[in-house]
Design a protein around this ligand. Sequence first.
Ligand code: BGP
Length: 471
Amino acid sequence: MQYAHPRPFPDDFLWGASTSAYQVEGAWNEDGKGASVIDVHMHRPEGVTDFRVAADHYHRYEEDVSLFAELGLKAYRFSIAWTRIIPDGDGPLNPAGITFYHRLIDALLAKGIEPLVTLYHFDLPAALDERGGWSNRDTVDAFVRYARTLFEEYGSKVRYWLTINEQNMMTLHGKAIGTTGRSGDTDKRSIYQQNHHMFVAAARTMALCHELLPEAKIGPAPNIVSVYPASPAPEDVVAADDWDAVRNLLYLDVAVRGTYHPLAWGYLAERGLEPAFAPDDAADLAAGHPDFIAFNYYSTQTVGASTGAASDLETRGGDQQIVRGELGFYRAEKNPHLPRNEFGWEIDPVGMRTTMRRLWDRYRLPLIITENGSGAFDELRDGRVHDTYRVDYLRQHIAQIRLALADGVQVFGYCPWSAIDLVSTHQGISKRYGFIHVDRTETDLRELARTKKDSFGWYSRVIASNGEDLG
Ligand code: BGP
């Protein structure tokens, strides 16, 4: 539908930006921080994905928050590193880690920036991983205890909480992200049992949040994208529905309705992958209710019915956004109507509108986009970064939020990825997303100096005009 006069963004719309702890903070072993699975599996100083220093935000958060304020952010979405708060995951607390996030939150509040806190963004404590990670039910209790600690520490300051970042991507692409647990537990059956334990942990955490902090709001943060059928052939439509259930709806149905989506359960049962339920699990899942749905959106996916041939599979193997295909289930297709970025991710702003409409239609919960952006090899020249491609990408997506609002969807915030340059999940610092450039390469840390990119000025005008000036 088209609108001659789409309504303006609400006055209290949360114009924000996102980061995650292990990708931005650095200081990976300082001030009592314990090791996470990322520290164990993903430090590769000789090449990409070295997270030890990252953007050094841990030491430069004051400068960074000042820049966020200059950008005009109304909200900043970041994650807390579990291993700073509880270094081994379930043992003694680490006062220095707790203090760090008090300082960060206070700095944000002093500038009038709403903190949106993700409890867990890929960085499981390594000590828990050694004891089986999410395969071990004790990790559920450890997570709920960690969440309780955060609610008690920061609950008087933080109003918005996100449980687990992209649980669906950890389940489907754990290897690429570095979150897949001990080698013995990487078969699919174990992974879906781990997934189930995360569901229980998140549900118990949502219930606990409501009990301890009645004024706060909490929700899940999966990666959700519309899935298109490759053609109008009914078999392709069935395949698209199937993949939508397994990739997207499984994660939202459990979070919102407390039950497994029937198509997703059918997929698991057919393959002998159904998770075992402990006696209280069904009740715990039913008792967890989100106040909103946060979702990360980068691209849509297009799939068709499986032909059973190797050509069903994407040869690059897929990642969070490149559809992979599964023999006997669905085949991967490229969408001929969409351009792709340098990393092969299809660019589909309209797909973000359909994603919002579908989510609102199915769940009727307020939405917030907690990640959206396009990675690029930015170039710093004469103190400038002319990232017009980033502005183009974000402008088109923001225009679609406005249309979704006109469609009647409740959207209360937008947090592009990322507030500042940080290290990509598996493609290093050269794949950049930020409004603020951080001067370093994969191997040379240089001065880590901050430089505002062209997109910084553009986004600050968008925010100042409450989305009217997308110029
Ligand atoms: C999401 C993750 C983020 C972020 C983003 C971009 O899946 O939640 O942590 O990294 O994708 O992905 P990448 O860094 O692989 O380009």
